[in-house]
Design a protein around this ligand. Sequence first.
Ligand SMILES: [Zn+2]
Ligand SMILES: [Zn+2]
Length: 444
Amino acid sequence: MDAPQIKVGIMAEKEIFFTLDGNYHLESSTNLITGRCKARKAGPGIYIESGDDCFFCPNSVVLIPSDPDTGKFILHNVTIGINFHWERKEDQTFKGSLHFITDGDKVHAINALSIEDYLMSVISSEMSATSSMELLKAHAVISRSWLLAQIQKNTNLQTESQKYQTTFRTENELIKWYDREDHTHFDVCADDHCQRYQGITRSTTELVEKAVKETQGEVLAIDGVICDARFSKCCGGVTEVFENVWEPVNHSYLQKIVDNNLQPEGYSLDLENEDAAEQWITGNPDAFCNSSDKKVLKQILNDYDQETNDFFRWKVVYSQEELSKLVKTRTGLDFGTITDLIPVERGGSARLISLKIVGTLKTMTIGKELEIRKTLSKSHLYSSAFIVEKQEIAGSINFILHGAGWGHGVGLCQIGAAVMGDKGFSYQEILLHYFRGAGLERKY
Ligand SMILES: [Zn+2]
Ligand SMILES: [Zn+2]
């Protein structure tokens, strides 16, 4: 069996400028196109302009390189780091074929390529070139497993008669999670929402190529079923359970685990409990991911991310006015002046599943973790594992959020895995530490 193809959504704009480096042809014709081009929405279809030529294509179009080994294309002005402080536009280069599909009043550019080529690229851009071989191999296996599981899930969703629901809203409650339902035209997007993908702009490193090739087709599986292998930057010492972050499905391999060889001494790990959560978050427990070894951290945190390294335990302070304004902007709802943030339910890693926001005009409970992180930050809070300290000053309240970890905390902890790789653990040991009960299988 050959490696399957994956469709990655790169950008959506009214018009998209691109350059074909090498000859390409439209799927439906033998006309060759090369050089500077433009795709734009036109009525119900898409116009592809190339020099003096103009091709009208209804709904969707596929451009295929004549020579798949050397053909490349460049998409101009791709936005990266959406909603992050380092958001910017850049040109990106891709291998494989280029699809355009209409999406409302925009055109979506999609890159279709072999999963193995895609993995080399995402792992090269996600991880630093200084990563250990075992960490890179572990990453190749989880990324491949996750992708194949997502493609499978998407196929299942399309054949299921019942619509997949991810938002539950009443007057006083909003419980929402963010997952695969967002994409209908392609398998994954190029943003952090799925996995950061910047084409072959940042050339793949030899080490990453070796890690992907040596694990080719290898996935985490249980009884032949590929695991929906998740990962995040830093669990904070204990990993979170899948269903506390996404849909209410129990995956035996995505449970709460202590990110260490030993149980941390002096802490209760009953982190659903408020007192235990407070002691944990304000403490400094031993964990693989509790590391300030720059050499190891550099393996995970790329240039942008290295601007911050206070991810294991962190603190955010808002004045009452700031918080009230922020929540109004982020939710579109007027809570009046916010007087309290009350933890309602926590998961196994102390991450909040739901939080009650109390205002003078409105009180509402929100969840799950990403909804909470988006609501309480201009972009995203590091995690929803936080406790709220209220400091009363001259008739006003400062809200101090003391937090732990970075990301949803489910599955592999990247910082922890980097530390394990550095300590000499093999990629199999790293994977089986985070995905308990799963095994490794080669699918192609
Ligand atoms: Zn996505
Ligand atoms: Zn961890």
